[in-house]
Design a protein around this ligand. Structure first.
Ligand SMILES: NC(=O)c1ccc[n+]([C@@H]2O[C@H](COP(=O)([O-])OP(=O)(O)OC[C@H]3O[C@@H](n4cnc5c(N)ncnc54)[C@H](OP(=O)(O)O)[C@@H]3O)[C@@H](O)[C@H]2O)c1
Length: 332
């Protein structure tokens, strides 16, 4: 088969479509003929050599944490799917390829209302957002959350999921256009962090009380303002460290305000935990995909232009997801 194989780490120019071994399914795995794959920020980090795939090391390193396509082969113990079904799957890697093997319990049938590109851009972004909002932060209807990087792939999924669950959202993003877009997705308040102080906006929005949770992708530079934005007993969920991975912690504030800080990483967690999350998501969220909410696709790149797609993500211009079309039928 053909795939984007990482033979060296570096800039977008290292990404090239070349020959790779065909995947062989394990007993509980399905092989998916990939139509479309979502691009995630983590793929850029992997390309730079800063985010290796979890063990066991794959025979060749192919990026791609999510995809959608057709089942073309099933291992001997597969009971969930049969050949010919349209599926989307969470992957430990390997999505930028014509075919990929994945455990049956990391996949679900694509709802009829979703296109290939939408379905392939769903798993990593929506599972991360779902897990952060409802498992890590334990948010419920009527509570309030700050969602940073809210116009990005995971952030925009989080705004949609929170809004659908009746959680009130203050979204932050880096331009007025992005802020307006997050409000269309359902955010009650939008803050352009380049021109406004988000902690101050939280104080105004909550009458000085603070929010129940903050979903953060920025890390170090936001640490203090995040803690200051939480109400007593609130939870900070750290999903990324785009701005830096170090912070000075005022331990007294954690004590006095009874704050909880939870880190999360989807890709490196044990298979059993990923399967449990996917099964819950499959029941609660998948039936609503394509109708109640859907990934917003900013741009689709033909996969031979994968380097261009990575360069585009690096410019932080995307509103929602950037996708790769692996087969022409994904563009129909
Ligand atoms: N822990 C996990 O399991 C997990 C899973 C998936 C993703 N992630 C992480 O989540 C983050 C977002 O991923 P994504 O795929 O949604 O990326 P994305 O679509 O590229 O969105 C990221 C957005 O973050 C904003 N940003 C970038 N650098 C920033 C900075 N220094 N300060 C403030 N905002 C910044 C940019 O928007 P603005 O113009 O608004 O600044 C950018 O568009 C990444 O760090 C990724 O590694 C973690």
């Amino acid at each position: 088969m053909r795939a984007v194989v990482l033979t060296q780490y570096g800039g977008p120019e290292v990404l090239k479509v070349s020959e790779a071994p065909d995947p062989v399914p394990g007993p509980e795995e399905i092989v998916i003929e990939v139509e479309a794959a979502g691009i995630n920020r983590a793929d850029l980090h992997q390309r730079e050599g800063r985010y290796p795939p979890p063990p066991p090391a794959p025979p060749v390193e192919i990026p791609g944490l999510e995809c959608a396509g057709t089942v073309v082969a099933c291992g001997e113990r597969v009971v969930e799917f049969s050949v010919g079904q349209r599926v989307a799957a969470l992957l430990p890697g390997g999505g930028y390829a014509e075919r990929v093997a994945v455990h049956q319990r990391l996949a679900w049938e694509v709802p009829a209302a979703q296109s290939w590109v939408e379905a392939g851009s769903t798993p990593e972004a929506y599972l991360t957002a779902y897990d952060a909002l409802f498992d890590k932060a334990g948010l419920a209807m009527g509570q309030r959350v700050v969602i940073h990087a809210a116009a990005g792939g995971v952030g925009s999924a989080a705004v949609q999921l929170a809004t659908a669950a009746g959680v009130r959202v203050l979204a932050t993003a880096g331009s007025d256009e992005k802020v307006a877009w997050t409000r269309q997705l359902g955010a009650e308040v939008g803050v352009n962090y380049r021109t406004q102080d988000f902690a101050e906006a939280v104080r105004e929005w909550t009458g000085g009380v603070g929010v129940d949770a903050v979903i953060d992708f920025v890390g170090g530079p936001y640490w203090q303002a995040n803690c200051d934005s939480l109400k007593p007993g609130g939870t900070l969920v750290l999903v990324g460290t785009l701005g830096g991975a170090r912070a000075e912690v005022r331990l007294g504030q954690l004590l006095q305000s009874r704050l909880t800080v939870r880190g999360t990483a989807l890709r490196s967690r044990p298979l059993e935990l990923k399967m449990a999350l996917v099964q819950q998501f499959r029941q609660r969220v998948v039936p609503l995909l394509g109708s109640r909410f859907n990934p917003r696709i900013d741009r689709v790149f033909w996969w031979e232009e994968v380097a261009e797609a990575h360069r585009y993500m690096e410019t932080n211009q995307n509103l929602g997801k950037i996708a790769l079309a692996i087969r022409r039928t994904a563009l129909d």
